[in-house]
Write a protein that binds this ligand. Sequence first.
Ligand SMILES: [Zn+2]
Ligand SMILES: [Zn+2]
Length: 390
Amino acid sequence: MRALCYNGIRDLRVENVPDPGIINPHDAIIRVTLSSVCGSDLHLINGYVPTVQSGDILGHEFIGEVVETGPQVKKLKKGDRVVVASVIACGECQHCQEQSFSLCDNTNPNAYIAEKMFGDSGAAIFGYSHAFGGYAGSHAEYIRVPFAEKGCFVIPEGIADDSAVFCSDAFPTGFMAADMADIKPGQVVAVWGCGGVGQMAIQSARLLGAERVIAIDGHEERLRTAQMIGGATDILNYKKVNIQDALKELTGGRGPDVCIDAVGMEAFGEGIGYYYDRAKQYVRLENDRPVVLREAIMACRKGGTVSIVGVYSGFADKIPMGAAMNKALTFKMGQMHAQRYIPRLLEYVRDGKVDPSYLITHRVGLEQGQQAYDLFYESRDHCMRAVFVP
Ligand SMILES: [Zn+2]
Ligand SMILES: [Zn+2]
């Protein structure tokens, strides 16, 4: 089959690779019909994740059709149209039983790498480096899905492919950002980053009762989309205003109740802190550029919550712990627990409460893989999300 493979920093190529087959009785083989780029792929493609290897197939946000099932897979049948959770979870271990699927104990065969980096390993993620299991990703014609009954969700009639695909990763990630912040009706939520995950976090915050949602980004068209479609009540461009001052002004001097970081380790920014991070990251003295995280901690109101779904990979410098401690902030974070949220999110989409399909700005074949990621990374041509039709 054809697959989009990593060949080095910002060098993706289509290669012919063997078709996947059933290895474990709980596997299913899915013919991929749509597979989306995700902001977190950029950390791999840009060389910030050391355990990506030449020939690895990227991609973790996808839908497709079941073409083959292992003997233990009873709940799926050939021809089912399914959305697949981007994290791979067994459904049986203690963490899965607690619905914390991204912490699954059983799906990462390379747990020892993550243990060295993080002290322990979470679940594996499709197409997301060897530290996260080394599973083949979805930018391919076919993919093997382990623990298929736990990870595949049949898409109800009436939901278009373009909407369903984001129930795999972007929507659950944005939703979890809002859900774990325990938003109360009437609260003010600030969301840093208006890419796919940020857009979904904005919509989810509104769904969960936030009265005001302030969207922050450096791209005017993304901010406009956040306002027109996402339901953001206020928008702030960090290239034009001082975010700290603007947030104080918009909240009567208090700061937002909840600050969501939907950006993570490759934040762009302004000022001396940003250039400090870029320089240290370039020479590998720092893994992450925590521009947004610092800003969120400083801006959050006393007793508020900072909710982090943007990905961080290692060590970050100059985190204002004094501010966090003395303002009694709550930190919530994590890779998202897709399997917990997907059924509920499919209902939201079916009922017309959210339609994530507007995230798609480009639709291309695998051959345009590197160009699509370049457009996406540089936010050229108003690119919000490119999807591959393998
Ligand atoms: Zn993702
Ligand atoms: Zn598990």
